[in-house]
Design a protein around this ligand. Structure first.
Ligand code: BT5
Length: 270
């Protein structure tokens, strides 16, 4: 009983001991429960905490996805937000979504040998089911981002029954797939290391490295997709992503259309 209770709580000391990053995650703000780690991170960013500060919570009461959608955050998951301060236009946020999904998918692949795939714009899937969602948000000044908050939610150590019934066919968890609990602390260390590597490249302008990794891990390219965006539904083949992270779709009549991610929802035909 004592053990199982201990297992549900993250050991921040263990994260600090095992973290091999240069600067990311050196300051961790840990909470048993918050409304949303992104909201807490925004407040901390406004208070002037340094770049690379990470907020982690065991559970979120109002975890959020894009467009005001709810993000279910039961205990056992990994709900964290990273505070960044890059020189970035708000429209470029999508690149950080891509970067984050590459970092998550790579970490899962390297640690568990599972075929994690990225789905534009902000998901990581295993066996066609969502195991991770990402929400990059900006605190802006004019159209420039003052701070960026990258929120990453990973379904780690809980059974699917911890999620509402309507999500059980589309969502999965690492525990469900691996049939065991993962070491969340070590996973977080590996993820932050991977994230830092791609973010450093991003800051040096090497977006092409991230895009080429993303394409290798992509689950949607060359598949038939339906995109709902701005009251419009577009059908075609997911053809590529451009250097800004916009999705390029080839329509049936041969024309191509570029889609910006902020308001887009994508369905993929199997
Ligand atoms: C996302 O939005 O996928 C972004 C999720 C970001 C969550 C992290 S957790 C840490 C940080 N703090 C926050 O408050 N948020 C971030 P979107 O693409 O809009 O997908 C949301 C949709 O995913 C929902 O409408 C549900 O259909 C589905 N969903 C909700 N919870 C889920 C879960 N735990 N696993 C899989 N799917 C889920």
């Amino acid at each position: 009983m004592k053990n199982s209770r201990l297992k549900t709580k993250l050991d921040i000391g263990k994260i600090k001991q095992n973290l091999k990053t240069a600067w990311l995650g050196k300051d961790i703000h840990y909470f048993a429960e918050v409304d949303s780690t992104n909201s807490v991170a925004k407040t901390l960013a406004e208070q002037g905490v340094k770049e690379g500060t990470v907020v982690i919570a065991e559970t979120q009461t109002s975890g959020r996805g894009r467009l005001g959608r709810r993000w279910e955050s039961p205990k056992g998951g990994i709900w964290l937000s990273i505070i960044l301060k890059p020189e970035l236009k708000v429209k470029e946020l999508v690149k950080l979504n891509l970067l984050s999904s590459v970092a998550v998918a790579k970490t899962i692949r390297e640690e568990f040998r599972l075929k994690a795939e990225v789905k534009w714009p902000n998901d990581v899937l295993i066996n066609w089911r969502k195991v991770c969602g990402i929400l990059a948000e900006a605190v802006t000044k004019r159209d420039k981002a003052k701070h960026i908050i990258v929120g990453i939610g990973i379904n780690a150590n809980f059974d699917q029954t911890a999620l509402p019934e309507n999500l059980r066919t589309t969502a999965t968890s690492l525990k469900e797939i691996l049939r065991r609990e993962i070491d969340r602390e070590i996973f977080i260390c590996n993820l932050l290391k991977e994230f830092e590597f791609y973010y450093e490249n991003f800051k040096k302008g090497k977006i092409s490295l991230i895009l080429s990794e993303w394409k290798k891990l992509s689950y949607i390219l060359n598949r038939k997709v339906q995109v709902s965006c701005c009251g419009e539904k577009i059908e075609g083949i997911a053809y590529d992503i451009d250097e800004n992270g916009w999705l390029i779709i080839k329509l049936r009549n041969g024309t191509v259309k570029k889609i910006f991610s902020a308001d887009a929802t994508l369905r993929v035909e199997r």
